[in-house]
Design a binder for this molecule. Structure first.
Ligand SMILES: Nc1nc2c(ncn2[C@@H]2O[C@H](COP(=O)(O)OP(=O)(O)OP(=O)(O)O)[C@@H](O)[C@H]2O)c(=O)[nH]1
Ligand SMILES: [Mg+2]
Length: 247
């Protein structure tokens, strides 16, 4: 039977909490009456996450994609979308930054609003990043603000979203485009996009892993996407809506 939603979880050294995450997502789906397939994409994690994922897949609706080396978050998501079987696909982190209980709400919002993409957002009213130091908040805000002219949503750098599977697969995501949501919004130009607030819970307090290299990669991605928009000015999101935090 086709699941309602395939959620891609890229993993690199996530052994400690992966089983807990999988159960939390599936339980949330069960409560909401939706069937969820989880697609774990592991990049040969040294801690054995891949083997654990295969073990979990024996008894749960999980597909496992194992890649030979750490090839990056962006390409992991694309690999997950490629094998997903549901008509709607999504992405979330494995480290509980993204609340598993929100997953059904994203799908429900998609159904209710006929959206093509629903983005869980830190930056619409009700969203937050309570554990972050001001420096990380500032950098993240600047990053999202820089994307506003090409993707008029508040949290274009979000790593937690759902999208129509056909749309996701139609977009040729560039290798460097590690902010996958932004890549899909600009290259895919979905008709209707909705944002829902959520609270981002950091796995570690304080320290940001944001490196200069990541920041430079993001600027390159932005440059490419701005260029695309200049060449195809009408290729853009038509309808945008913010929703309230689900109860
Ligand atoms: N398959 C795969 N997954 C990755 C890779 N890099 C990160 N991930 C996973 O992608 C998700 C997000 O990565 P994180 O390391 O949490 O990134 P972050 O949230 O910016 O950093 P933290 O502040 O440490 O949480 C997690 O589930 C990671 O395990 C990669 O190269 N390959
Ligand atoms: Mg994280």
């Amino acid at each position: 039977m086709t699941p309602d939603l395939s959620i891609v979880v890229p993993t690199y050294n996530e052994r400690d909490r992966l089983a807990e995450l999988v159960d939390a997502v599936l339980t949330a789906g069960g409560r909401a009456g939706i069937s969820i397939e989880i697609v774990i994409v592991d990049d040969n994690s040294p801690d054995g996450t891949g083997a654990l994922a295969l073990e979990l897949a024996k008894t749960r609706p999980i597909q496992v994609v194992r890649r030979a080396a750490k090839l990056g978050l962006g390409t992991a998501v694309v690999a997950g979308f490629a094998v997903a079987t549901a008509p709607v696909v999504g992405v979330m982190d494995a480290d509980f930054s993204h609340p598993p209980a929100m997953v059904p709400a994203l799908l429900a919002a998609m159904k209710a609003t006929h959206a093509d993409v629903v983005v869980a957002s830190r930056y619409v009213p009700g969203g937050s990043t309570p554990d972050w130091p001001w420096s990380r908040r500032l950098l993240s805000r600047i990053g999202c603000w820089l994307a506003r002219p090409i993707a008029p949503i508040r949290d274009a750098a979000s790593g937690f979203f759902v999208i129509r599977a056909d749309l996701a697969r139609n977009v040729a995501i560039q290798a460097g485009g590690f902010k996958i949501c932004l890549e899909l919004l600009v290259r895919g130009a979905p008709n209707r996009v909705v944002e829902i607030p959520y609270r981002f819970d950091d796995r570690e307090l304080g320290e940001s892993k944001m490196s200069l290299r990541e920041a430079a990669g993001y600027l390159v991605q932005l440059r490419d996407l701005y260029w695309l928009r200049i060449r195809q000015p009408s290729h853009r999101i038509k309808h945008y809506q913010q929703l309230k935090r689900p109860n």
